[in-house]
Ligand binder design. Structure first.
Ligand SMILES: [Zn+2]
Length: 257
């Protein structure tokens, strides 16, 4: 897919803003994972299409059929592990290296950002590689020898994936950090999201209202384009490496002055 509709001066403008930032928040959604070949929940493959999302990703669904839900998450975990971070993920990890004040906020649960090297991450919807106790929410380790059934916690409860299910609140501390940092940053970049999933969709608005410069990188306009000062149309795997390289070049120039 050739989708190079962006212009060099847009890359330069984004990089100049990012290089001059003192607080940078980057927010990512399903689009960046899709470029690694990971399908979204909605267009997941065949077999599971016979189920409603609520049967597979809710507390009620898990209690009604723990084995089935566990199997669904095992498959999603394997799928995530079979796919690699793409150049967009690596570019964000590189940006964090050169701009230690960068915070990454993601809606993705596939762990690709960590695998690419990002460390300061707020995971709004959890992480499919982590587990917790169903009844008491404490973190849980998984016995690698465990079979296909949902494992049992030392407290006797079942262990569940540490992801946010339908009907559940987002993790409070993560949510607060995302809101607070969006309101405090001077540059906010949103990448690969439809801008329809709340509350992540409101972050660009919060940032913009507080005076931040908002950059959007997306293959098409979204519900948050309205809040963007700079919309860059393109794939994150193509646009982000260019932005990271240009940011690095500007910082090097400033250093050598
Ligand atoms: Zn427990």
């Amino acid at each position: 897919m050739d989708n190079k509709n962006f212009k060099n001066k847009e890359i330069e403008e984004a990089a100049a803003r990012i290089a001059a930032s003192s607080r940078l928040v980057v927010s990512t959604g399903a689009g960046i994972s899709k470029e690694s070949g990971i399908s979204t929940f909605r267009d997941a493959d065949g077999l599971w299409n016979n189920y409603r999302p609520e049967q597979l990703a809710s507390r009620e669904g898990f209690l009604a059929n723990p084995g089935m839900v566990w199997k669904w998450y095992r498959e999603r975990l394997l799928t995530a592990k079979e796919h690699d971070p793409n150049p967009g993920h690596y570019a964000l990890a590189r940006l964090e290296e050169i701009l230690p004040w960068m915070l990454l906020v993601t809606q993705n649960v596939d762990n690709l950002h960590r695998r690419a090297g990002s460390r300061q991450i707020v995971e709004l919807h959890g992480n499919i590689e982590r587990y917790r106790c169903l009844e008491h929410s404490h973190p849980a380790e998984l016995d690698p020898e465990w079979g296909d059934d949902p494992p049992i916690c030392h407290c006797g409860s079942m262990i569940r994936p540490d992801v946010v299910w339908f009907g559940e609140q987002l993790p409070q501390a993560e949510l607060e950090t995302a809101f607070n940092e969006s309101a405090r940053c001077d540059v906010f970049m949103i990448v690969g999201t439809s801008g329809l999933v709340q509350p992540a969709a409101s972050l660009p608005q919060i940032a913009s209202s507080a005076g931040a410069y908002v950059i959007e990188v997306n293959v098409e306009e979204s519900a948050v384009t309205h809040w963007s000062d700079l919309f860059i149309e393109g794939r994150s795997g193509e646009v982000l490496p260019l932005i990271a390289a240009e940011t690095e070049r500007i910082l090097d120039l400033n250093l050598s002055k």
